[in-house]
Design a protein around this ligand. Structure first.
Ligand SMILES: Nc1ncnc2c1ncn2[C@@H]1O[C@H](COP(=O)(O)OP(=O)(O)OP(=O)(O)O)[C@@H](O)[C@H]1O
Ligand SMILES: [Mg+2]
Length: 443
């Protein structure tokens, strides 16, 4: 049982509770309404018939006291409710206005009681239809007067009432489901916001904050959450910010420093830049892990995008070779991510292979390919998959002068390209060196 409960979402549970509440409430209300109405109508009917029966019994008594009473016409002349039939017992003889409702139709108990001198009424079934019988003794002449009336119509009305109430209960329960879903959705929305914000922060977007909620209880939640995020951001960012501010101050007075301190300062500054890049790479890659990496697409011209990325890099301008059908080609891409891809590939070529020998963009069959070639040592066949793994540095690991990377560059390249629905690989460049290709659909 408890396992099942855990599997049901909170929202479904709240909805189920609403539906159940609506069901219980509407069924009890309907039941109460039905029985009260039934009681009332039966009583009403019975009183009316009883009153009429007393009047008729009086008339019968007066007639029976006359010397020569002619009973059948007397009974026929009585004023009765529509559908009501009279039965008379007169000193051992039975008379009736209807062929079907005579002595034998009356329940024995009712008969016995009334002929024994007590007025009585009883509900009973006659040939499948509900009847009410009332009986009034007329002791002075040793007679008893009965009236039998059908409750069939009342029964029918009550049945319609019951059906209406049942349909109402069903409708109220269904409304309960909808209200429950709506209300739980409203109530749980802040929880969803908090979950989203937490995922964003875990994915490295440290500046994510919750908007304040209107409800007082939730306002505390939002402000505590935001305070926690502030602290977290401070703890992660402030040492780096403090350090880089301090180094900035020192760099401004670089010329006043002695030679040895200058070299130490340069080392420190380079190390800090490397560290800052590593932190931002780690934050970036954790966004992929938490699934919070989102494409922010822009329509851009391929040639301008690549040229811009190359110019913005640290390795100076490079000629970009564009295939004829690429000039002016528009694609929808995340500019920032594609610029990172170009920069990382160009950077690696500079660090590990003496620089880029060819940077080209080709297009064919609705695909666009970015090609970065170098004339360096190339990537050995067994390392061609692994260099796209995180922290893999191959032969560069531990080697002096082989860059000071962390091995995240190509892993990020692969993730950025994959997010665009494409893939990246490396093979041999004809004539030595390596060729990196990033390919994605152009539509
Ligand atoms: N053009 C290249 N020629 C030869 N080897 C390369 C080339 N580009 C990358 N590699 C190898 O692949 C490894 C992984 O590259 P990647 O860019 O992922 O990490 P990195 O450059 O070492 O560190 P980071 O880019 O995170 O600073 C490199 O360490 C290097 O050994
Ligand atoms: Mg790299």
């Amino acid at each position: 049982m408890p396992r099942r409960h855990r599997r049901l979402g909170l929202r479904s549970r709240v909805t189920a509770a609403f539906a159940l509440g609506a069901l219980v409430l509407s069924v009890s209300l309907s039941t109460l309404t039905y029985f009260t109405a039934r009681q009332y109508f039966l009583h009403e009917r019975q009183t009316a018939v009883l009153r009429q029966a007393y009047v008729n019994a009086n008339l019968v008594r007066a007639a029976l006291r006359s010397p020569q009473p002619d009973i059948p016409p007397l009974l026929a002349s009585l004023d009765t409710a529509p559908g009501s039939r009279s039965v008379l017992y007169d000193r051992g003889r039975w008379f009736a206005t209807s062929l079907t409702v005579g002595r034998d139709a009356l329940p024995a108990h009712l008969r016995g009681q009334v002929t024994g001198g007590t007025p009585a009424s009883q509900r009973f079934n006659l040939a499948g239809s509900l009847q009410m019988g009332v009986g009034i003794p007329i002791p002075v002449v040793g007679a008893a007067y009965f009236e039998v009336f059908s409750l069939q119509e009342l029964d029918h009305s009550l049945r319609i009432l019951a059906l209406t109430l049942a349909a109402g209960s069903v409708a109220i329960t269904i409304a309960g489901v909808f209200i429950g879903r709506w209300a739980s959705g409203r109530a749980l929305r802040p929880l969803g916001d908090v979950a989203h914000a937490a995922v964003a922060i875990a994915g490295g977007r440290l500046d994510t904050r919750l908007e304040t909620f209107d409800e007082a209880d939730l306002a505390t939640l939002a402000s505590s959450f935001n305070r926690m995020a502030d602290r977290l951001q401070e703890r992660i960012e402030s040492p780096l910010t403090t350090l880089s501010t301090a180094i900035g101050v020192l760099e401004a007075r670089r010329d006043d420093l002695p030679q040895r301190s200058r070299r130490a300062l340069d080392l420190l500054a380079a190390e800090l830049r490397r560290f800052q890049r590593m932190v931002s790479d780690l934050l970036e890659i954790s966004r992929f892990d938490t699934g919070s990496a989102e494409l922010s697409l822009d329509d851009v011209r391929v040639d301008e995008l690549v040229q811009h990325a190359v110019h913005a890099g640290e390795n100076g301008a490079l000629p970009v070779e564009l295939a004829p059908d690429v000039a002016g080609l528009q694609v929808a891409v995340d500019k920032r991510r594609i610029e990172r891809v170009v920069a990382n590939l160009v950077d690696n070529a500079a660090v590990y292979a003496g620089g880029v020998t060819r940077l080209a963009v080709e297009a064919s069959d609705d695909r666009v390919r970015l090609i970065v070639e170098d004339a360096g040592p190339g990537v050995p066949a067994e390392g061609r998959e692994r260099i796209f793994e995180r922290f893999f540095r191959g032969s560069a690991a531990g080697r002096r002068g082989a860059g000071d990377g962390t091995g995240l560059g190509l892993a990020l390249v692969a993730e950025h390209v994959r997010l665009h629905g494409g893939r990246v690989w490396v093979d041999d460049r004809p004539g030595g060196g390596s060729r990196f290709v990033a390919e994605a659909a152009s539509v």
